[in-house]
Design a protein around this ligand. Sequence first.
Ligand SMILES: *Cc1c(COP(=O)(O)O)cnc(C)c1O
Length: 500
Amino acid sequence: MTDKLETITGNRGLQLEQPLIFEQDAPGRLGVDLGEPQTSETHLGGVERKDAIGLPNLSEPQTVRHYTRISQKNYGIDSGFYPLGSCTMKHNPRLNEKMARLPGFASLHPMQPTSTTQGALELIDACAHWLKVTCNMPAVAMSPAAGAQGELCGMMAIKAAIEDRGEGEQRTRVLVPESAHGTNPATAAACGYSVDSIPANDRGRVDLDAFLSKLDDDVAGIMLTNPNTCGLFESDIIKIADAVHDAGAFFYCDGANLNAIMGRIRPGDLGIDCMHINLHKTFSTPHGGGGPGAGPVVLSEPLAPFAPLPFVVHGDDGFDLVEHKDGEGEKSFGRIKGFHGQMGMFIRALSFMMSHGSDGLRQASSDAVLNANYLLAELKDTLSPSFDGPCMHECLFDDSFLKDTGVTTLDFAKAMIDEGFHPMTMYFPLVVHGALLMEPTESESLETLDQYIHALKGLTAMAKSGNADHFLEAPRLTPRRRLDETAAARAPVLRWKKEE
Ligand SMILES: *Cc1c(COP(=O)(O)O)cnc(C)c1O
């Protein structure tokens, strides 16, 4: 790679190179003055540490700079546009954070007696209520820690219901469309099912005939995403639900894309039996960095008795928790998560719901779909849309616009980084060659979308004008350039070792 851009120090502008904190160790350097400790007789029976503790020695300003610099290397939704399709990277309102930090919530301990946590239980119950009403479903399991764990929870409930009917041996197959998120087949397999994949038709939807031909009395369920991962509404969903039920199977809907339909369609009206809701997608809780997430699962009447423990109930003296497999919890498949799930995420999600109101939630999904269609309309003559017609909350392109340019989807994405944009989702869904999947969400402004469109049009013109080198060398302006992603995945260096 050319390097007119190399510097003497390795720093780039005011983006500074930052070694690991252990590599900055200067023995004896301290941020605080401590008096000599009073020694007392040891009670450790000879197992005390003999060597130095091995923490790095740094001054306070060095420590502050270290953490500030590495925090600046992080790109997040607060820094810029993050159009990762399928991930719904929307703004995390500060009001949510303020609510989650209220001392009454922030200082709770999950092992407190319920008599002292009535407000927290009421909040979980209120958040559950909003989810049930939004989805028109009778029950919801709040504890799963993410979408993927929600899938596991939903499929375990389905499995428990099937076993309860005495059909556990008979129903061994789960149908999953080809375009599904990888967690769907992984979940079905983790539950001991064989995965049978359903092809997509040329409209990017499930091929109904292929689906019907695979349906039999050994099928436990279908796992379908709607809108699907191509950003398209599965228009045969009611026919699919009816056929699944006629075959005695259950309908798992992957609800990661609820952000496209919230307030417009209620999943319960479509005949689904269970669906996870990623609070970090639709309900604006942080995707990472804020601690573990939450993926509550709404459940139909037949599945509700199998929901995981614990769950909140309206008891004789206020709210109560069902924590054991008896009484109302008799048929529960058990626990899936420590304690009640992620309280901090319930607070943030409820804050988002209540500050928007039901009309605001409907507006949010409408704006998300409008923004995606704006990108599609503005880019359809530049990039190559995978399917005809409008999209839902994300728009999908294949790589045919790059044909004969010598530039791949990956190269194109790396050049976007130099232009100041986090790339879209690439090479997913697998049903589209060299996929570029873009999801602007409702929180992006028209100005941001226009800048993005302008950058993509400029890059496409450059690729088509024969300037492949520009792309093959990208990114040129980042602290690191192309990483060896295979080595990073296959031979990760997870532990720092002191050089002897
Ligand atoms: C994000 C996503 C998941 C997994 O959710 P996590 O919360 O990341 O575990 C599953 N299915 C689809 C379609 C998704 O977009």
